[in-house]
Write a new protein. Structure first.
Length: 309
């Protein structure tokens, strides 16, 4: 009697949804791709609208929704909402509200911040709510940070030693909260050595991203330059996750500040958007952008415990 071959569906511990809450930022990084030019108010300022978006996202992407898993060709055990910007902590009350709502619905929640607004008191509120805290750190050198645009309007650069102390207190308050650092490698910092800076924070993961030419290519780095940066930090290889441009395109589930799915392209022509999720429903809107499950899964195939997005 013939035996049917069992088809194994790829599985991830977490499906990650990245909601860029705001375009606003207190820094002016020259490579910044967080420019959506929306024509309506950012959704984080609408408490009811934000809650509707979260509920619709969880309905569609919940681990129990086998139809969505079948459509995407993969399975997942939990869903994590990753809050980003701009700089989300310019609106701390909204971040706390959205984080609390998301957790109540069943999401795990993470956040990526430049750390400039992360006071000890705010860290005390956030740490118990987060499964992952992400920091955007491009250099430990003040002049390089200024050249990138990682400084406030008075050209003041955030003291990273102070930020490391605040993060340490947050991790003590919530030992389960993991720490991730994101670094964008561009023409301005590819020759830098961040070893001591990264070790001072002691992250669980260091994501090294090649600058993406969504806005332009003036800060682009060559293949040898990107490789040289990675080679310089071989001592930290155990925590490094490197992403080239092709790795990033169509591998993230992303939502813009107006509540639309969007995807980037390698041609420097900006973004492609779906209809607003609250108007079209997540099922319809998600079909309007491209996303590749295989790319998402390849980021963690070698180690299923690696932090997502």
């Amino acid at each position: 009697m013939a035996v049917k071959a069992e088809i194994s569906t790829p599985c991830s511990n977490e499906l990650v949804i990245n909601w860029h809450l705001t375009e606003a930022c207190d820094y002016g990084c020259r490579y910044c791709y967080s420019k959506w030019h929306g024509h309506t108010k950012e959704l984080l300022h609408d408490a009811a609208g934000s809650e509707r978006l979260l509920a619709e996202l969880y309905r569609h992407f919940a681990p129990e929704n086998l139809r969505t898993q079948a459509q995407l060709g993969m399975r997942w055990d939990s869903v994590r909402l990753s809050l980003a910007g701009g700089e989300p902590l310019l609106y701390p009350d909204a971040v706390i509200r959205i984080t609390s709502q998301a957790r109540a619905m069943g999401f795990k929640v993470s956040m990526i911040t430049n750390g400039s607004c992360l006071s000890s008191s705010l860290m005390g509120e956030l740490a118990p709510l987060l499964s992952v805290l992400g920091l955007s750190v491009d250099s430990g050198n003040a002049e390089i940070n200024r050249s990138i645009g990682r400084a406030d309007r008075k050209s003041q650069v955030l003291p990273l030693a102070d930020l490391a102390f605040t993060i340490k207190a947050g991790r003590q308050a919530n030992p389960a909260m993991r720490l991730k650092i994101n670094t964008v490698v561009s023409a301005l910092n590819f020759a830098d050595d961040l070893g001591d800076t990264i070790r001072a924070f002691g992250p669980d993961k260091w994501k090294v991203l090649r600058v993406l030419p969504v806005i332009g290519d003036e800060l682009a780095v060559t293949d040898p330059e990107f490789s040289a940066f990675l080679d310089r930090h071989q001592s930290l290889q155990s925590i490094i996750s490197a992403e080239n441009n092709s790795d990033m395109v169509e591998s993230y589930i992303m939502i813009d500040p107006q509540g639309r799915f969007f995807q980037n392209a390698l041609d420097g022509q900006g973004y492609r958007y779906s209809a607003p999720i609250n108007a079209a429903a997540a099922d319809t809107a998600f079909r309007q952008v491209r996303w590749q499950a295989a790319k998402f899964l390849s980021r963690y195939a070698s180690n299923p415990e690696r932090l997502a997005a």
